[in-house]
Design a protein around this ligand. Structure first.
Ligand code: NAD
Length: 243
């Protein structure tokens, strides 16, 4: 079975590609470098060409995982428009272009399939200074729901997996902030910080779930279950002060 993994040259995507290869899939990695096919997923022509090459050389992919993602920090009042547009173009439009090309190939071949778009808990939880990223991932969460509704009759399932903080090259800047990892670990129900292999396991699991479509599954160890502030503790302290 042919599988496409975008962003598969690094981090979570690389782990997904490894797992799928281990399960016997013919995996085609799309990325900006170090990939089977070099493709900027925000470029519609590049995505069409990458899908044509994939089908020609490997057959129609019936498994697609979109792992491409970029993050740029910036407050909404200050963020340059070009930065905002780039994040939306790569994370949201790039995901749409990729899954659309894949679904079209499946429909043309009369084949069903399964798609997982990698989102983020940031699609649900509002992060200060991460507006463009949060909005792009919230868009991915809705994209999979609409795609699931439109493509279900073709036998195509479409879901999203939203990682929490995960140790990958994307994570290294945060890891340098003093106390950040400890604070995150404390707020994570399962404790610690996710590894790429944890998230890849969830993605491959969701990819093969029958009768599940249009869902967003958080692979975050329970991080998003908590409010960013200790709201309950804060309320207790206010009540204690009032006594
Ligand atoms: P990563 O930086 O290790 O991998 C991302 C890959 O995407 C890289 O190989 C990069 O070259 C590729 N890429 C970037 N722009 C591209 C483009 N325009 N076209 C093609 N390829 C492009 O990051 P990661 O942590 O493995 O992230 C994978 C996914 O998980 C992303 O969608 C990210 O938003 C999401 N995510 C990551 C975390 C985390 O803490 N690491 C948390 C939540 C969500």
């Amino acid at each position: 079975m042919t599988a496409v993994v975008t962003g598969g040259a690094s981090g979570i995507g690389r782990e997904v590609a490894t797992r799928l290869r281990g399960a016997g899939h013919d995996v085609v990695v799309w990325d900006l470098s170090g990939a089977d096919i070099i493709c900027d997923v925000s470029d519609p022509d590049a995505v069409s060409a990458a899908m044509e090459q994939t089908v020609r050389e490997h057959g129609v992919p019936t498994r697609i995982v979109t792992c491409v993602g970029i993050g740029v920090s910036g407050m909404l009042l200050e963020q340059p428009v070009a930065e905002w547009e780039r994040v939306l173009a790569v994370n949201l439009t790039g995901t749409w272009l990729t899954i659309r090309a894949g679904a079209q190939a499946m429909v043309d071949a009369g084949a069903g399939g399964s798609i997982v778009a990698v989102s983020s808990i940031s699609g649900t939880v509002a992060d200060r200074e991460m507006g463009a990223y949060c909005v792009s991932k919230a868009g991915v969460d809705m994209l999979v729901k609409v795609a699931a509704v439109e493509w279900g009759s073709f036998g195509i399932r479409v879901n999203a997996v939203g990682p929490g903080v995960t140790r990958t090259p994307m994570f290294v800047d945060g890891e340098r902030l003093p106390g950040w990892v400890d604070a995150l670990s404390e707020r994570t129900a399962l404790g610690g910080v996710g590894e790429a292999t944890d998230v890849a396991g969830a993605i491959v699991g969701v990819l093969e779930l029958p009768w599940v479509t249009g869902q967003v599954v958080h692979a975050d160890g329970g991080l998003a279950l908590h409010s960013p502030i200790d709201a309950y503790g804060q309320m207790q302290r206010v009540m204690a002060r009032k006594k």
